[in-house]
Design a protein around this ligand. Structure first.
Ligand SMILES: Nc1ncnc2c1ncn2[C@@H]1O[C@H](COP(=O)(O)OP(=O)(O)OP(=O)(O)O)[C@@H](O)[C@H]1O
Length: 309
């Protein structure tokens, strides 16, 4: 059973098709990175998962429960961190959490458990007004963890953090499924960040899920690339093409055929360039980042579908 499964989710706001046939599959115990640029449809999708926005069409299953039929049952399986934190600055971290704990009718020991998971036990007695943004984010995650939900939905958890805070949050998120015994779905527009944390990714672009796969599979399936630095790029280009390779017109990258041997190709290319009298100062294999994969995919996607209301 999947932690989250949606089929063909759709939601329109007036003339804008905000979410257009999104089918997510989020396996249990993973960190799933849900990515897209601003306005791509992430928040609307998350709100539908949380029962805050009703889809026009499609189905949602959370931990096996049909969220459109058994809304409460499904929502009980989910803890969420959305943008607005809503903590009282004059209360301590523990007191803030206690408000939600008592609303949910949970035992007091639950506070110790969630504070421990997010590493805030030593600071739990301090006023939230004195917390860093990173600590507030952790407190928000602690609140989402109350009641041991099977699924955690975190909307842009690194938003607003400084580089150190982002690195801390990244390390924290990586270990969160094991520590909280939960599946983590996080949204982000920072592809480089997600790449370092997620096991599986979904990319939404103009309301459509343009890619969904395990990161390992994605990386393995990508054609390898080389980066070339040389004295005569124009002459080199002709040679590269004659070798059946594809030079990127906007960068110094060369794409090989899928499955090609990178080292052998680099050797042959170097030999060819030097024989042609072209000085080579760099020839390095490149791991393809999620950013380049994203750019390649979105470049192929036709423009947004906007219709008259
Ligand atoms: N309540 C609403 N009324 C009208 N249009 C909306 C509403 N909510 C979202 N939209 C539109 O739907 C599209 C998707 O918005 P959404 O907020 O889901 O994107 P997003 O990927 O979460 O972006 P961001 O990161 O900026 O929040 C946008 O064009 C947005 O303007």
């Amino acid at each position: 059973m999947l932690a989250i499964e949606t089929r063909d989710l759709r939601r329109r706001f007036g003339p804008t098709l905000a979410v257009d046939g999104v089918s997510l599959s989020v396996p249990r115990g993973c960190v799933y990175g849900f990515m897209g640029r601003n306005g791509a449809g992430k928040t609307t999708t998350l709100k539908m998962l949380l029962g805050l926005v009703r889809p026009d069409a499609g189905t949602i299953y959370i931990a096996g429960r049909d969220a459109l039929v058994d809304r409460l049952g499904a929502v009980r399986c989910v803890g969420a961190l959305l943008e607005a934190h809503g903590f009282y600055a004059h209360l301590s971290g523990r007191e803030n959490l206690d408000l939600t704990r008592s609303l949910l009718g949970l035992r007091r020991t639950e506070l110790d458990r969630v504070l421990d998971i997010v590493g805030l036990t030593p600071d739990a007695g301090r006023r939230v007004g004195g917390y860093s943004l990173g600590m507030r984010q952790r407190l928000g995650i602690a609140r989402a963890l109350l009641g041991s939900p099977e699924v955690l939905i975190l909307d842009e958890p690194t938003n607003g953090l400084d580089p150190d805070g982002i690195a801390d949050m990244r390390d924290f998120l990586r270990t969160l499924p094991a520590r909280a015994n939960a599946t983590v779905l996080l949204s982000s527009h920072l592809l480089g960040e997600v790449e370092q944390v997620a096991d599986r990714v979904g990319i939404i672009h103009q309301g459509r899920l343009v890619l969904q796969d395990d990161l390992a599979t994605l990386r393995a399936g990508q054609a390898p690339q080389l980066r070339l630095g040389c004295d005569a790029p124009d002459r080199a280009r002709a040679l590269i093409l004659s070798m059946g390779l594809t030079p990127d017109p906007d960068s110094d990258r060369i794409t090989l055929a899928p499955g090609a041997d990178v080292r052998e190709t680099a050797r042959a290319l170097n030999r060819g360039l030097v024989e042609a009298g072209i000085g080579v100062h760099e020839l390095t294999p490149q791991a393809r980042s999620l950013e380049t994969i994203y750019r390649d995919i979105t470049a192929l996607t036709p423009p947004a579908q906007k219709e008259a209301a």
